[in-house]
Design a binder for this molecule. Structure first.
Ligand SMILES: [Zn+2]
Length: 279
């Protein structure tokens, strides 16, 4: 069983193209695909990925459309099966979103089958320990659902909001908060190790940090192995960051690491199975 815990999708090629090209123009970071569900399904098949966690997020003016679409394509109705049952839908909220409050949006999409929350403090412009997010964390604890948060450097953008240690006050207050720090802290490895040490419930994903690409924050084989050993293979989830990344090649990279088969299976799917209570 392989589960990709970090997937961004776009409704159409046109939308994907627009977003991905504008990011490429601004930052020089290229992409692998346009990120439609159909394209990703093909990549899942090629890479033997069984499930993908959809962690799309958007700016405030697009966030509700994005959330609506994410749950709509993964939801089954009375007389029809879900269009994409292999996707696990996470939605996104911010303290500055208009209309429904973040907690109202969570309630609303929870009824529609959302399974978790994705936030990107750097791109969405708020600190993880922003006071206004406390009701959100409280709600997530009460519903025993997982948050995936971007962590570390965001493309070329360094921001205090991305530093893993900004989660410390939150984790101290919400002891049962299920949190995945994406990208293993992308560059802030010491802070990730500190968090892993202090808060045993925090998980991490491999996106960009353990990858076949060579970004400034991608670990080499030896450093990746050492970080996995330090944090613990049972706390790290494979995530590709599709459509920027080809999942197949990242899986190959993980399979090439100098760690045991058992640990590879934990990272590639076993940990996600446990975390998301999947069969
Ligand atoms: Zn991502």
């Amino acid at each position: 069983m392989i589960i990709d815990a970090h997937v961004h999708l776009f409704p159409t090629v046109e939308v994907g193209k627009m977003v991905l090209e504008s990011i490429e123009n601004d930052t020089g970071v290229g992409y692998y695909a346009y990120g439609t569900p159909e394209e990703y399904l093909k990549d899942m098949k090629e890479a033997n990925v069984n499930k993908g966690v959809i962690v799309s997020f958007a700016p405030d003016n697009q966030i509700k459309n994005m959330n609506f679409w994410t749950v709509a394509i993964t939801r089954s109705g009375k007389n029809h099966p879900a269009k994409y049952p292999q996707f696990i839908p996470f939605i996104s909220v911010t303290p500055t979103m208009k209309g429904r409050s973040p907690v109202e949006e969570l309630e609303h999409k929870f009824r529609w089958g959302m399974k978790g929350l994705k936030i990107h403090p750097v791109a969405q412009g708020f600190a993880p320990d922003d006071e206004r997010m406390r009701p959100v964390y409280q709600w997530m604890v009460e519903h025993n659902l997982t948050i995936t948060s971007h962590s570390g450097v965001n493309v070329d953008q360094e921001s205090r909001f991305g530093e893993p240690e900004r989660w410390i006050p939150v984790l101290e207050e919400f002891k049962d908060l299920k949190l995945i720090l994406a990208h293993l802290g992308n560059g802030f490895w010491d802070q990730s190790i500190e968090i892993a040490d202090k808060f045993p419930q925090v998980m991490f994903d491999t996106a960009i940090a353990i990858s076949h690409i060579e970004s400034p924050t991608t670990l080499d084989y030896e450093d990746a192995r050492d970080l996995i050993r330090t944090i613990g293979p049972e706390r790290i989830l494979f995530g590709s960051d599709y459509p920027w990344i080809n999942p197949k090649k990242d899986i190959e990279r993980i399979k090439d690491l100098d760690i045991s088969e058992k640990d590879k299976n934990f990272i590639l799917g076993g940990n996600a199975l446990r975390l998301f209570n999947l069969k």
